[in-house]
Design a protein around this ligand. Structure first.
Ligand code: NAD
Length: 480
């Protein structure tokens, strides 16, 4: 059994209440370890450690903070194999994906913010005619909370922690209870890198116990959260009366809009990836595919043929394209949408069934599924499924597809496939989304703002946006 512990004040602790949760391996359905279900008392200890570390960490020079963050980045790189294996086992994602994307990106997050903090500057405003100068301090907030989901565990956990630490805050962080393992391993890497005790504290447990204790804590002044929209709404409700600073990165139901003038082969290969990468469990996946009428029938045939070639298999196999879904309840939720689609008159063009992987019969495997729908208003086209299911339907005009793209409660990302420049400019400015990709998908430059509109969230991560979130501006006006 691989049991994990809380990382508080640089040491590893069992939960005070001795309350534990089973940790499942999605590839075979077995319990392979236990994780603390931390109570308010554990969160309080994490808070006390963070509070004690804050005066010194916030006064540590930028060069020194940067040096330590770069060492953490190197530590993650040095443990690439171990971390990738742990991530794949915990989450069900193919090991190839964890090795090529998840863990390298976690390392990049620390490297990026370790460097970014040395370039971060604040503004000054000279008040002409009044003999005054204003300068704006950007001060760390204090103790902040970071809460992350299970789909890209270490990748998203570090995406919050790295800027929070770089900006001089101390952190109480909670990874998803569904995928806690790499966050646990990060604690050891931080110690080896020389991160002072208490600067980062990692508490494990359920959202309703441990997460709730973090968001309710009156002295944890800011919450950076990535997860579901309903949880985000709950956090906003709890945090608002305490006037906490909030960054909420929530769900998505993103359109993938394909025009007949696109580079067809590139579009086809990328659309398979944007539909099914990580078993479709990426908030940015293009799960609603709209195809211009002129190429709709061709696309349908070619896309289905390519999707049928994807191999569902054990995450550790190098030939596996689609691993296991993250948990049994999530598999059941995703599957329920196939029945909903059928009842709504959708046609399953391929997939739709659970897969039994030989030797791992109790794993949570599902075929990649393509559903042709006749209306963009059906539930499978409106609700976030967060699994290997996409809908496809044709459109006739730019106006029509714009209406359909925007007619959802979410607004995280959108993908456009076209070589028409004016259309690109028109649609990019009119689509309700925080991120628009044109002729590509999930191409990331960490300096750019990342986040969504409408029910996809509030605030932006990435680059200086994240450093601004994790600092309080204070204006100083001097008359001379
Ligand atoms: P979730 O909302 O169930 O859980 C996310 C985290 O919040 C977990 O750590 C959980 O324990 C915690 N939590 C739950 N209840 C809480 C509470 N009452 N107080 C404090 N914390 C609480 O989401 P999930 O199922 O882990 O992740 C899937 C969702 O995340 C999807 O909706 C997906 O779109 C979204 N997501 C968004 C982005 C983005 O950048 N916008 C990225 C990845 C995932």
């Amino acid at each position: 059994m691989e049991n994990i512990k809380n990382y508080i004040n640089g040491n590893f602790h069992n939960p005070i209440s001795n309350d534990w949760i089973d940790n499942y391996n999605p590839s075979n359905g077995n319990v392979y370890g236990q994780i603390p279900n931390s109570s308010k008392d554990d969160v309080e200890n994490a808070y006390i450690a963070a509070k004690s570390a804050f005066p010194s960490w916030s006064q540590t020079t930028l060069e020194e903070r940067s040096r330590i963050l770069l060492k953490i980045s190197e530590g993650i790189e040095a443990h690439l194999d171990e971390l990738a294996q742990a991530e794949s086992k915990d989450n069900g994602k193919p090991i190839s994906l964890a090795k090529a994307i998840d863990i390298p990106r976690a390392s990049s997050n620390f490297r990026f913010f370790g460097n970014a903090i040395t370039q971060f500057a604040s503004e000054s405003h000279e008040s002409a005619g009044q003999n005054a100068i204003n300068y704006t301090l950007r001060q760390p907030i204090g103790v902040v909370g970071c809460i992350s989901p299970w789909n890209l565990p270490l990748y998203l956990f570090t995406w919050k922690i790295a800027p929070a630490l770089a900006a001089g805050n101390c952190v109480v962080a909670k990874p998803s209870e569904v995928t806690p393992m790499t966050a646990y391993l990060l604690g050891k890497i931080c110690n080896d890198a020389g991160l002072p005790k208490g600067v980062l504290n990692i508490v494990h447990g359920l959202g309703t116990t441990t997460g709730q204790a973090i968001i309710e804590h009156p002295d944890i002044k800011a919450i950076s959260f990535t997860g579901g929209t309903a949880t985000g709404a709950h956090i906003a409700k709890v945090a608002a009366p305490m006037f906490k600073k909030l960054s909420l990165e929530l769900g998505g139901k993103n359109p993938n809009i394909i025009f007949a003038d696109c580079d067809y082969e590139d579009m086809l290969a990328t659309s398979v990836r944007s539909s099914f990468a990580n078993q479709g469990q990426i908030c940015l996946c293009g799960s609603r595919i709209f195809v211009e009428q002129a190429i709709y029938e061709k696309f349908k045939v070619d896309f289905v043929e390519k999707v049928k070639q994807l191999k569902v298999g054990h995450p550790s196999e190098s030939t596996t394209n689609i691993g296991a879904l993250v948990s049994k309840p999530h598999l059941e939720k995703v599957k329920s949408y196939i029945d909903i689609a059928k009842k709504e008159g959708g046609t399953v063009l391929c997939g739709g069934n659970e897969v039994t992987v030989s030797g791992y019969e109790n794993g949570y495997y599902l075929e990649p599924t393509v559903i042709e729908v006749t209306s963009d208003e059906c539930r499978v086209n409106q609700e976030e499924i967060f699994g290997p299911i996409v809908t496809i339907m044709p459109f006739k005009t730019e106006d029509e597809v714009l209406q359909m793209a925007n007619k959802v409660k979410y607004g995280l990302s959108a993908t456009l496939w076209t070589n028409n420049l004016k259309r690109t400019m028109r649609l990019s400015s009119q689509i309700h989304a925080g991120i628009v990709w044109v002729n590509t998908w999930l191409m990331r430059d960490l300096r750019t703002p990342f986040g969504g509109v409408k029910a996809s969230g509030v605030g932006r991560e990435g680059g200086f946006e994240a450093l601004r979130f994790f600092t309080e501006p204070k204006n100083v006006c001097i008359k001379y």
